[in-house]
Design a protein around this ligand. Structure first.
Ligand code: GLN
Ligand code: ZN
Length: 761
């Protein structure tokens, strides 16, 4: 009999109950017991939603982050979080967010760093290691949850991040090799596994997603030796890998002394026959057949055709599951009552994905007749999506078909463009600008939500936004900035704003996924060919330009960023969807230019985070990502100045691609690193203009004029002054007006000082 299981379930709840409980707890509105009760209730609901499965995950739930939970289970808690008589929960939130409950208004400690979990938009808390790190096991929370799960009537399978991935994801000072901690760590893992045996657990899932990465040989060797060491300990072990094929780690992973292996079939189907051959004869193979990374229904009939011969070979050794934890998808499509019914019929969120796993197993175990209705309904949905006019737009496809190299080629090279722009757009040395958004005040949010709820007329909304734009322009003129922005008051989110106006996107009501802790995002769903029925930003920008003689920068989100922050189609390559987006943004760029806008910024905030997990796949991605950007601006006149913005500046490994985008000006995030990150520009001579951020917008601190001058002087050591711009790190929407005006005043004063100084030379 084929068995079913799940690797992890969304923690936040159908209505983001976890978010509500956490925020109430942090503000002091509820007690610790009440928070724990809310968490217990969420776990109970999650288990009941998974009750049909043979094995149900335990330990996947977390109050903030599962990697942080493991750090606490292993006693790896930064010393700075332990002061006073803080309870473990206080310490936990100190590490997670810098503050415990009682410190709501006091100054806390600095939280651990957060970073992206592989290539997802989930952020984990980075474990901190050094040569003195010691581990001590406290598995009480996990063991208590095992009991809870059993009370819920499910067969629990504890889920634990494996020792190698845990070490890999952490950070350590340069003089500390994380692998030197492995022995000490394995002692605790062995004890943990023994404790699980004692608790009567049959199977434990050890997640080692690092197995899909490029691994140095010493890490490969450590993977092998670690599981040798753990061989005699604990219940049966299912080693889970996901997010990609195993590639060069395939043989190594198949030969590990574990009792079962889970692989991500949504990403690595081609490897399955090799795995079946290599796996020991008694080992279980769990196939992650239903993608845990997208929101689409699987083609169950096609999957069954593929699975049937595999099931014949493997028999009882075959398990089925989603490809990875369902953490990365929303909870339940049934909550979506407003979504267009046709689009809705194509979707599967966590609950539906488990239904799919269940249906597949029933068909394999009892014949397709047993689930004939489900299979017929699935076939109809797949067919409707495959043929729907809403998905396939021949005009868009024809336009994509006409794309050639010329489309992304600006008429002249940067040197000539720069000359023409200097005439068309007289700017001083060290020109000043901002990244786009100005503070999103309570008032702006109030008007926007009234508009959404239909409580105010469109004209009232437009007038309110125009007032905000006028305010932003007034402030910028008073400050003496050189290139102005309209402030983006009308945008709730830089991707959603465009998605809502483009054909091919749908928006859910409750399609939340966890980004980190209590923070959730609701990614737009890109379901069909993309087109732009009408201009999206031109009226706002024109209005802003009408208020000033200074150049007004038009603000757009780039195709790669829209793609990377949406749920995207699985029926065509990402590159194809990106090209369609590029054509739509290109039309907007041309409309802005036609309306007299002389500077246009296309934000590619998320370009870097779209890099594939394996280095050998990077170039292909960068090629199409850069091409998409170039298409958006390929047709503008030389005089039109194109800016782009990126929320990072770790460019060392992709700087050639950044240069190939050929934006006239690029603004990046550098203030925190004291311009250190500009080291990328030492070896690679970046040819165009750069605005290295001088104002850290993630902090309430206001940089002084001297600080800005000194940052820019450091930048000038690497980049010729004629090509330097002065600007903040990123948009200002999360900050308040008083700090923003203070900071920008200092920034403008610094630019004047710098100009005077370079004239003297
Ligand atoms: N133009 C956007 C803003 O200023 C850019 C935001 C971003 O880079 N994340 O808010
Ligand atoms: Zn940014």
């Amino acid at each position: 009999m084929v068995r079913t299981h799940n690797l992890g379930f969304p923690r936040i709840g159908k209505q983001r109950e976890l978010k509500a409980a956490l925020e109430r707890y942090w503000s002091g509105a509820i007690s610790r017991d009440e928070l724990e009760a809310a968490a217990r209730e969420l776990r109970r609901q999650n288990w009941s939603r998974q009750a049909r499965l043979d094995l149900v995950p335990v330990g996947d739930f977390s109050l903030y982050d599962h990697v942080l939970d493991l750090s606490f289970m292993l006693g790896n808690v930064p010393q700075r979080a332990k002061h006073g008589d803080a309870s473990p929960l206080d310490q936990y939130f100190r590490v997670a967010r810098g503050r415990s409950q009682s410190e709501a208004h006091a100054c806390g400690v600095h939280a651990s760093e957060m970073t992206k979990w592989f290539d997802t938009n989930y952020h984990y808390l980075v474990p901190e290691f050094d040569a003195n790190t010691r581990f001590t096991l406290d598995a009480s929370r996990l063991l208590a949850q095992l009991d809870e799960a059993r009370e819920s009537g499910v067969e629990p399978k504890p889920v634990i991040l494996g020792p190698l991935t845990y070490l890999w994801l952490g950070k350590a000072p340069h003089d500390c090799d994380r692998l030197t901690l492995l022995d000490a760590l394995l002692i605790q893992y062995a004890a943990l596994l023994d404790a699980l045996s004692l608790a009567g657990v049959a199977w434990v899932q050890l997640d080692e997603p690092l197995a899909v990465l490029d691994l140095p040989p010493e890490w490969q060797a450590a993977l092998r030796s670690s599981y040798e060491r753990l061989r005699e300990h604990g219940p049966k072990k299912l080693l889970a890998t996901y997010f990609g094929p195993l590639g060069d780690n395939l043989e190594l992973v198949c030969r590990l002394p574990v009792d079962g292996l889970h692989v991500d079939v949504s990403k690595g189907r081609d490897e399955v026959s090799a795995i079946v051959k290599l796996l020991p004869r008694d080992a279980v193979l769990s196939l992650g057949v239903v993608s845990g990374r997208n929101v689409w229904r699987s083609d169950l009939n096609a999957l069954l055709d593929w699975l049937t011969p595999i099931a014949d070979v493997l028999g009882d050794r075959l398990w089925l599951a989603p490809s990875c934890s369902l953490l990365h998808v929303p909870v339940d499509v049934e909550s979506e009552q407003r979504l267009d019914s046709e689009v809705r019929s194509w979707l599967a969120f966590a609950v539906q994905k488990l239904d799919e796993v269940d249906t597949l197993a029933l068909a394999l175990n009892h014949g397709r007749g047993r689930v004939a209705d489900q299979l017929a309904a699935n076939r109809a949905a797949i067919e409707s999506r495959r043929t729907s006019r809403r998905v396939h737009d021949p005009e868009v496809q024809a336009a994509v078909g006409r794309i050639d190299a010329k489309l992304g080629q600006r008429p002249s090279d940067f040197a000539l463009r720069a000359q023409k722009q200097a005439k068309h757009l007289p700017l001083p040395l060290f020109p000043t600008t901002t990244i786009g958004s100005f503070p999103q005040t309570q008032e702006i949010r109030r008007v926007r939500s009234q508009m959404r709820a239909g409580r105010i007329a469109r004209e009232v909304y437009v007038r309110a936004m125009q007032e905000e734009i006028a305010r932003a322009v007034r402030e910028q003129e008073a400050l003496g900035l050189d290139v102005l922005v309209h402030g983006e008051a009308e945008r709730n989110d830089m991707v959603e704003y465009f998605g809502e106006q483009l054909q091919g996107f749908a928006f859910s009501e409750f399609g939340w996924v966890q980004s980190y802790g209590s923070r959730c995002v609701k990614p737009p769903i890109l379901y069909g060919d993309v087109s732009r029925p009408q201009p999206m930003t031109v009226e706002w920008t024109k209005y802003a330009q009408s208020l000033t003689v200074k150049p007004m920068k038009g603000m757009l989100t780039g195709p790669v960023t829209i793609l990377n922050w949406s749920f995207v189609r699985d029926d065509q390559p990402r590159a194809a969807s990106c090209r369609q987006l590029a054509l739509a943004i290109r039309q907007e760029v041309l409309d802005l230019e036609r309306a007299g806008v002389r500077v246009i910024q296309i934000d590619e905030a998320a370009l870097r985070e779209g890099l594939p997990l394996r280095k050998r796949d990077w170039q292909h991605y960068l090629d199409w990502a850069v091409e998409a950007f170039r298409i958006t601006v390929g047709a503008v006149r030389d005089e039109t100045q194109i800016h782009t913005h990126m929320c990072y500046s770790e460019f060392n490994d992709i700087i050639a691609a950044i240069a190939a985008m050929d934006a006239d000006v690029i603004t990046i995030e550098t203030s925190r690193s004291n311009m250190e990150l500009l080291s990328a520009f030492d070896e690679f001579k970046y040819p165009n203009a750069i605005g290295p951020g001088v104002y850290d917008i993630h902090s309430p601190n206001v940089p002084s004029e001297e600080q800005v001058v000194s940052l820019m002087q450091r930048a000038a050591e690497r980049i010729p002054v004629e090509r330097l711009w002065v600007n903040p790190d990123c948009g200002l929407k999360t900050r308040g007006w008083p700090e923003v005006t203070d900071a920008l005043r200092n920034m403008v004063a610094a630019a004047k000082t710098l100009r005077a100084a370079s004239q003297r030379i």
